[in-house]
Design a protein around this ligand. Structure first.
Ligand code: ADP
Length: 287
């Protein structure tokens, strides 16, 4: 057990209501300031694990405990933990018609009561948001609409939004899967540098071995809902990579899942500069 960990996962497993066992019981811990990559192919359970770390998915077995706060299943703990946890998504979840600065400002909402968020946020919050845009090298694009930015720039706005929360932890779910290799390395390097400089812990899911080796402190290799490797990035041997990627495909989805198809709004989306057209797109469930 890692003594000084900020997050402890103990015997945590997830079986979705359709019967898919996405995570078999796992025990892991994450240290403050550590940059951890969850490495594995699609369906390995990386996203489910990340979502459990922010209470977006509730484990069906075991628990997540936050150091100094308690069990994540307790609403008060979850609320506190979420305020200091920034999320970065593959499809960044930004509002395209709004300026970069307005999007980053949404990262400050957790610091205000719901009624206060109906009014423009204080100048102090706008300054924090601007500083975060500066951190990712986009201060000069603060007033540019997000839908006028490149794929890589959008993802950097997503990182700035997470930073605006002044987080102790950043959870990033395939943050560079939609980007070309050059933009992907650039965004990850920036995220890594900022986390190191500011002492922010990060748990980042990736499927690219080279990027994991280059940026992680520690790599957690996943296959079929289990942790099959847990090593410092310099110790990721070819045998371990084979273990992570050789594993047979994840359990067959139930009929409800196999009816997932790409959402029309997504498939109609034009490719942006810096975007990888082969990246996996989010799905919608056919009613
Ligand atoms: P990864 O992030 O490594 O691609 P996921 O955690 O998304 O893996 O998926 C792990 C398994 O859980 C897959 O078999 C996937 O189809 C299934 N799964 C993911 N989300 C759901 C859900 N909401 N309902 C049912 N099954 C799901």
């Amino acid at each position: 057990m890692i003594e000084e960990a900020m997050l402890h996962i103990t015997g945590m497993g997830v079986t979705y209501p359709n019967g898919v066992q996405a995570l078999k019981p796992i025990t892991l811990a994450f240290r403050p300031g550590e940059f951890v990559v969850l490495l594995g192919r699609s369906g390995a359970g990386k996203s489910t694990l990340l979502r459990c770390l922010n209470g977006l998915v509730a484990p069906t077995e075991g628990e997540v405990r936050v150091d100094g706060l308690g069990r994540l299943s307790e609403p008060g703990v979850l609320r506190h933990h979420r305020r200091r946890t920034g999320m970065v998504f593959q499809h960044h979840h930004l509002i395209g018609r709004l300026a970069a600065l307005s999007n980053v400002l949404t990262g400050r909402l957790g610091y205000h009561s719901p009624w206060r968020t109906l009014l423009p946020l204080p100048r102090a919050d706008r300054l924090v948001a601007l500083e975060c845009l500066d951190h990712v090298g986009l201060k000069d694009r603060a007033l540019t609409r997000v839908d006028e930015l490149s794929g890589g720039q959008r993802q950097r706005v997503g990182v700035a939004r997470a930073l605006a929360q002044e987080p102790a932890l950043i959870l990033a779910d395939e943050p560079v899967a939609s980007l070309d290799p050059e933009s992907a390395a650039e965004v990850l390097k920036q995220l890594r540098d900022i986390c190191t400089a500011d002492g922010i812990a990060a748990v980042v899911s990736l499927h690219q071995v080279d990027l994991a080796r280059r940026f992680a402190d520690r790599i957690v290799g996943m296959a079929n809902g289990s942790v099959v490797a847990e090593v410092a990035s310099g110790e990721l041997s070819k045998a371990l990579v084979d273990e992570i990627y050789r594993a047979p495909a994840a359990p067959a989805p139930s009929p409800a899942v196999s009816r997932i198809r790409p959402g029309p709004a997504v498939s109609a989306q034009a490719k942006l500069p810096g975007e990888n057209p082969k990246a996996k797109k989010p799905g919608v469930l056919i009613p």
